[in-house]
Design a protein around this ligand. Structure first.
Ligand code: CTP
Ligand code: CA
Length: 225
């Protein structure tokens, strides 16, 4: 159902949002991937849309139906995701990075299918660009929101990431445990910004996305009105 007009806080703003995993090609039929389902990102894209924002979604491969957004761009690799983001970012007011971007990619993807000739195979990987850090370093940057997926010392790592990348907000979640994170319907987040924090306790990802969208809108409007 539509929300009342008064709650459409992000009407007139354009939000660029990355979601899903990336796939880093090893050869024409294989890739290195990760366990991101894209669910949190897609739910957040919908929730921001319900607040009136025009959402541009840049997504890696997921099994999800594309949410109703202003524009949806499907990519596969981190380099493709970065290219799509850099093409769109100048026209956007907010950048929300929910994607689980691969930190490394194979240094020399094979042009042909790798055959099992050898007993051992060593892969050499090179660093991918940090899309979020690059966007936050633009002049002027959009309002930037990052995620921090951590298995331990969640708060310390998240705060360090917010500072290092120069982000307006960071949403930290614990991954790899029994509860929440990847491949789950529920999640919990702790959100940090300059001088503030809010705990969003364990709840279904759709509801969590609505609460996070409202918090993003609140912080953004605080800064930009
Ligand atoms: N991110 C990005 N581009 C990358 C890597 C990460 O845009 N190449 C974004 C993610 O979308 C997320 C944030 O940066 O919003 C943090 O990602 P995370 O993997 O938690 O942190 P990293 O900075 O990659 O550090 P590490 O994996 O070593 O913890
Ligand atoms: Ca990473």
């Amino acid at each position: 159902a539509m929300r009342p007009l008064a709650e459409r806080l992000l009407t007139g703003t354009r939000v660029l949002l990355t979601a899903g995993p990336t796939r880093e090609l090893l050869d024409p039929v294989r890739y290195l991937g990760n366990r991101s389902s894209g669910r949190m990102g897609y739910a957040l894209a919908s929730a921001l849309g319900h607040l009136g924002a025009q959402v541009v979604l840049v997504s890696g491969p997921t099994a999800l139906p594309v949410p109703k957004v202003a524009e949806s761009i499907q990519v596969e690799t981190a380099l493709e995701m970065r290219a799509a983001v850099m093409e769109q970012v100048a026209s956007c007011d907010l950048f929300v990075a929910t994607a689980a971007v691969a930190d490394y990619r194979p240094a020399e993807p094979a042009a042909r299918k790798i055959k099992k000739d050898a007993e051992e195979l060593t892969l050499r990987l090179v660093r991918n660009p940090d899309i979020l850090a690059e966007v936050a370093a633009l002049t002027p940057p959009p309002f930037t929101v990052g995620f921090a997926a951590e298995t331990d010392e969640v708060e310390r790592h998240a705060l360090a990431k917010r500072t290092a990348k120069g982000l307006d907000m960071i949403a930290a979640n614990r991954v790899g445990g029994e509860r929440g994170g990847f491949e789950r319907d529920e999640n919990a987040l702790t959100v940090f910004w300059d001088g503030g924090r809010r705990d969003l306790p364990m709840m279904p990802k759709t509801r969590l996305a609505r609460e996070l969208a409202a918090l993003i809108a609140e912080r953004y409007l605080e800064r930009h009105v």
